[in-house]
Design a protein around this ligand. Structure first.
Ligand code: SF4
Length: 227
């Protein structure tokens, strides 16, 4: 016989998967920037890693253009380490923190040059300069097809608004989402919520009035913000 807590977990999982699916379908015609960005970087693990690094604190269209400029000159670790740091910074400008990112790109290329193989684990990726947990999870998902949930500002905010998570830190939210969703859905969470956050469930003035989830969302602000 199933325990009531198992049944409750299954109901929560069923609802979360249903709502994630609704978000995924809802944002397709809205063409959020993340869709084009992720399509543009799906390439070698190296290019995905560098693009993910560039994307931190930077809008996707800006990252996409910066990555294209950089890879037109150097698309392998061997070519990249021959570039001066100032030249990398010039090529990736105006991504956020472009000087620091240029330094990290060189550090990553030097580390990868010495590594036996490209790191394909969370622990391995976290050892690379400038790569934090969110970026590492994104690389695992995009480059290696591994189940991983990258919790960025959109994923954090929307998970809390929808009641999927209550954590105060990205790691806490990541763990809650991992417990809520079946593993084969983990990698869908970031793209769906980033696209949803870019277009509908925005940080300020979310468009609750036209949101597909406004009837069930505990944070819906339809009455206050009917646009
Ligand atoms: S109803 Fe509003 S707060 Fe809730 S998910 Fe939709 S846009 Fe976000």
């Amino acid at each position: 016989m199933r325990s009531s807590s198992t049944a409750k977990t299954s109901r929560a999982e069923f609802r979360a998967v249903r709502d994630l699916e609704a978000i995924r379908k809802f944002i397709v015609p809205l063409s959020p920037p993340v869709t084009s960005f992720e399509a543009s970087i799906r390439s070698t693990p190296f290019r995905i890693l560098v693009s993910v690094l560039l994307s931190a604190r930077t809008q996707d269209p800006v990252t996409e253009k910066a990555a294209a400029r950089l890879f037109a000159i150097a698309d392998t670790t061997g070519k990249m380490v021959r570039l001066p740091e100032a030249e990398i910074a010039r090529l990736i400008y105006p991504v956020g923190f472009y000087r620091t990112k240029a330094r990290h790109i060189l550090g990553i290329c030097q580390a990868l040059g010495k590594a036996e193989k490209f790191p394909d684990t969370l622990e391995g990726l976290l050892k690379l300069p400038g790569i934090g947990r969110k970026s590492a999870n994104l690389v695992l998902s995009l480059a290696f097809g591994q189940p991983a949930i990258a919790v960025d500002t959109h994923v954090f905010r929307i998970s809390c608004r929808l009641g999927w998570a209550k954590g105060n830190t990205p790691v806490q939210v990541e763990k809650e989402l991992e417990a809520l969703f079946p593993k084969n859905r983990w990698s869908e969470v970031n793209q769906a919520l980033v696209g949803f956050g870019q277009t509908i469930c925005r940080p300020i003035h979310p468009k609750c009035g036209i949101c597909v989830l406004n009837r069930i969302c505990p944070s819906a602000e339809c009455n206050k913000n009917p646009n």
